[in-house]
Design a protein. Structure first.
Length: 279
């Protein structure tokens, strides 16, 4: 069950190289419609289960949300005539610092063979700081704090709708689909990094492809589509991992992958709402 997803690619178990499995690795190319190794659904089996994935994902998201909330209130009022400028400087510093450290931790978690729960939670906290600071700035930009709630709600709807479609329309994730989506996602991220550097150096004005304009709206819409497809791949890897009887610690890797995707989805939906509100 070799994975092309960067989050799961370094997992020995996900790629059929681990030893702590509930079945013969030669049987990992399983039929998720009922054939192959038995699926463990209960807790305490020492194997990756749906319950363990939900639990670890819940813990990870709770850490992220808590960090985001603390950051939001710690920044202060951006609209205050006396302290507003200092608060804005603090918000940008926290957002930039959170983004950079979060990127480093995401790379470490993605390429680390043995998943580390503390590193996953550290990523969640740092990313929470980034999300809280960014949300504060965007809400101030549109002068409406409820935009954050709307973005969260939209993210939940997108997640639920994607999960519903995956389960009830029996979406099949083929090797070709994984390869195409992996190339598309890496290409998108690469272009965005180049755009960031060019914008930072003044080569591109108004944020380039990431500006709060029509072009930025189109780019964010493309990003949402990619994030939804990435969610589908996340669901597929979780389902295959459970059916293959992977060790329970791999639930943390699955939680990390889902958190990365959900944060990306939230940020893009927040941008779309802000652009539409600005227009």
């Amino acid at each position: 069950m070799k994975s092309s997803n960067p989050v799961f690619a370094r997992s020995a178990e996900f790629n059929g190289k681990g030893t702590a499995t509930a079945s013969d690795p030669s049987q990992w190319q399983i039929d998720l419609n009922g054939e192959g190794p038995p699926t463990h659904t209960g807790r305490g089996s020492g194997r990756m289960t749906l319950d363990s994935v939900v639990e670890k994902t819940g813990i990870t998201l709770a850490a992220l949300i808590a960090a985001a909330a603390v950051t939001w209130f710690a920044i202060g009022d951006l609209g205050d005539p006396v302290t507003g400028d200092d608060a804005l400087t603090k918000a940008f510093a926290l957002a930039m610092g959170g983004a950079i450290i979060g990127l480093v931790l995401s790379l470490v978690n993605s390429f680390k063979k043995a998943v580390s729960p503390p590193l996953v939670l550290a990523y969640a906290v740092v990313e929470g700081v980034f999300v809280g600071a960014l949300s504060k700035v965007v809400s101030s930009y549109v002068n409406d704090p409820t935009i954050v709630f709307q973005a969260v709600l939209a993210t939940m709807v997108a997640f639920g709708g994607t999960l519903f479609a995956y389960k009830f329309f029996n979406i099949q994730v083929t090797d070709k689909f994984r390869k195409v989506m992996t190339i598309a996602i890496f290409s998108f991220v690469g272009v965005m990094l180049i755009n960031f550097v060019l914008s930072l150096t003044g080569v591109l004005e108004n944020g380039g492809l990431r500006g709060f304009n029509t072009l930025g709206l189109v780019v964010s819409a493309i990003a949402v589509v990619l994030a939804v497809f990435m969610l589908i791949m996340d669901f597929d890897y979780v389902e295959r991992g459970i059916a293959a009887g992977l060790p329970e610690r791999e639930s943390w890797r699955a939680a990390f992958g889902l958190t990365v995707t959900l944060v990306w989805l939230y940020i893009e939906l927040l941008r779309i709402l802000a652009i539409l509100r600005g227009d």
